[in-house]
Design a protein around this ligand. Structure first.
Ligand code: GLV
Ligand code: MN
Ligand code: MN
Length: 401
């Protein structure tokens, strides 16, 4: 194959562009993401790989026959709203090119590329849903009832994508086919720029979670309701958002974000009756995350009471801080010319798989350091270096012959 990572990325550059937000909006099982899945399947089949979609919507493309304990690479094709081009697709395109390199070297053997659905949780709210279902980290009944902004359940979206929603759930047989998993990903910071290197090996993932904070007040008329007589959940939300920043800034290494807020009914001349605020909190020490979240909950109660509102907070997900296998990490770093070892603040399917199989990640330099936004970038030469590094890693990890 003459494909390069850059040529593959160019083929999908028009899929899921978002003229309103900028960048790409490719929610799981949207037309854009389904088009990308078809694009991947066509490339895999052109390479003679055996392509199967499992009960959880994970696409597997096998060389050398399906079997246990194989070396697997891959990533995801869904995006956040208005995301960058590389978060996910870089790992998928690099996997195809890495397989080409291994085939050229005559060492492809039994390996697979996996493409995971709903890594971002941008449609159904729960990140890494495919890998969580695969590993049993989420109850399939809960997954089936997750609902997107239009009221479509994950079960329904799964059905529309041609899968049987009743079969969602833990899949030990498929999991056992992964001996080692290596995910290549765009770096989501400036670590490699600082090191002046194109590729790093991941050392850790910051613990992270999502909480939904629902403020309830009294819907009313913007013109006829006196300022003194209001129970406005939008004001409670605004106060809380300021508090989130203030509370998190006191704690070194903490990150706390409100990136989404939905007022109901959401009219310019309407005092909202309800506002839902989604909170994302991350810190290396999970106990510190818990304390910060408790402080934010207390602040939400105060803000609600001051506005005559009520509030309820629920945890939607939590993933503990994790370290990747240091032996595998160091082995790959040595192989890749003493590549830097970098921690990341972003979540990944590799993090979910890590509790079940030997797992590693490679990061490719991002000159802007921006991610989850259109400014995310990778130089073409670095993308090719990344695919070569992935091929070298996959070659070194022999897996089942
Ligand atoms: C996924 O990219 C996340 O870290 O939220
Ligand atoms: Mn990603
Ligand atoms: Mn992401």
């Amino acid at each position: 194959m003459t494909d390069t990572v850059a040529s593959l990325m160019a083929e999908i550059a028009d899929v899921g562009t978002d003229p309103t937000r900028g960048g790409y909006s490719r929610p799981v099982y949207s037309t854009a993401e389904l088009d990308l899945r078809s694009w991947f399947v066509a490339h895999a089949e052109r390479r003679g790989l055996d392509v199967q979609t499992d009960r959880n919507g994970i696409i597997w493309a096998w060389s050398g026959g399906v079997g246990e304990g194989a070396v697997v690479t891959g990533s995801h094709l869904d995006s956040v709203p208005g995301g960058g081009a590389y978060d996910g697709p870089l790992g998928v395109a690099s996997s195809l090119v890495a397989f080409d390199r291994l085939a050229e070297r005559g060492v492809l053997g039994r390996r697979a590329i996996a493409v995971f659905p709903e890594e971002e949780g941008s449609r159904f709210g729960l990140a890494c849903l495919g890998s969580r279902l695969l590993t049993g980290a989420i109850d399939p009944d809960r997954a089936r009832t997750l609902t997107d902004a239009d009221g479509t359940t994950f079960a329904e979206a799964t059905r529309r994508a041609g899968l049987d929603a009743a079969r969602l759930g833990p899949d030990p047989e498929t999991l056992a086919r992964i001996g080692t998993f290596v995910e290549l990903h765009v770096e989501q910071g400036l670590g490699l720029v600082d090191h002046d290197r194109p590729v790093a090996v991941a050392s850790s993932i910051l613990g992270h979670g999502r909480w939904r904070i629902g403020f309830t007040g009294e819907g009313n008329h913007a013109g006829t309701t006196l300022m003194s007589g209001r129970r406005d959940p939008m004001v409670a939300s605004a106060v809380l958002i300021g508090d989130v920043q203030r509370l998190a800034r006191r704690i070194p290494d903490a990150r706390a974000t409100v990136g989404r807020l939905v007022p109901t009914p959401g009219g310019t001349n309407v005092i909202a009756s309800r506002v839902d605020v989604w909170l994302d909190v991350r810190h290396p020490d999970d106990a510190v995350t818990r304390v910060l979240v408790a402080e934010i909950e207390a602040a939400a109660k105060t803000a609600a009471a001051e506005q005559g509102c009520t509030v309820a907070m629920t945890e939607e997900s939590f993933s503990a801080t994790l370290d990747f296998d240091p032996v595998l990490r160091d082995r790959l770093a040595d192989l890749l010319d003493d590549a830097p070892r970098l921690g990341t603040g972003a979540g990944h399917d590799a993090g979910v798989l890590k509790d079940h199989v030997s797992t590693a990640m490679l990061f490719v330099r991002n000159p802007t350091g921006v991610s989850h936004a259109p400014g995310e970038a990778v130089e073409d030469a670095d993308a090719e270096t990344g695919a070569e590094a992935l091929a070298d890693s996959l070659e070194a990890l022999l897996g089942t012959p």
